[in-house]
Design a protein around this ligand. Sequence first.
Ligand code: ATP
Ligand code: MG
Length: 252
Amino acid sequence: MTHAIEIVNARVAYNGKPVLDAFSTRIREHSVVAVIGPSGTGKSTLLRTLSRMNDRVPGFRVAGTVRIGGEDIYAKGVDVCRLRRKVGMIFQTPCMFPKSIFENVIFGLKHQDPGRRKEFPDLAEKALRRASLWNEVKDRMHKPAPNLSLGQQQRLAIARTLAVEPDILLLDEPTSSLDPQSALAIEALILALKKDHTLLVVTHQLAQARRVSDETIFMEAGRLVEAGPTETMFSHPVHPATRAYLEGARDA
Ligand SMILES: Nc1ncnc2c1ncn2[C@@H]1O[C@H](COP(=O)(O)OP(=O)(O)OP(=O)(O)O)[C@@H](O)[C@H]1O
Ligand SMILES: [Mg+2]
């Protein structure tokens, strides 16, 4: 069986300083996996490694094997543009271009498929519907996107990513800058999107990890300490470090 993501003994370093070490995991298609662990532990680095976002960071090195849909993404000759279409990333703070809502949704499509220009309005609508934003913006598609609320901007960032039809969505603390209501809207979206995508969600909010994920990975100091079904890990963590983190973070 091909996994959506398979990491085998990955070692990742910045300027010779190891950040991920002996990291192995497999992620099933159409699952939501939460990645939790203390600050500075390598969660964002893990996501950036999966989308080759760090290729241009000087001193960044990856060893071991990282497969997306069965393909070794660090093998020679891999088309990084094609990989980025398969693997979309969503960040803590939505990045809006100082353009209209419409232009923001089609931003990736325009670069990827300029020949489909006539279809852009339909594709934009489809992506906005999938991101549960269409009803809120359909009457102001040509108004500036930066005027939207932060929660709407985050759904717009998701719509922009969905428009290029990625298999995998990597979300790095997608709700930590949002109000509780907007955060819940994103959580509902995550649950709906797993029908068609595989999602990896980094979060410091344990209740959120529990609500949205099928499996959880607990990381500490660049290592995968424990991984498994979310409910099992939260109710019966095996490793003392996992237990300590879950208890400490719960009290925080
Ligand atoms: N571009 C970079 N150059 C050098 N070191 C980096 C770079 N990015 C991250 N690091 C280091 O790698 C380690 C892991 O960082 P990372 O951002 O992946 O952690 P994190 O788990 O996402 O933390 P947080 O929960 O605070 O977001 C840290 O020690 C960090 O200082
Ligand atoms: Mg981070």
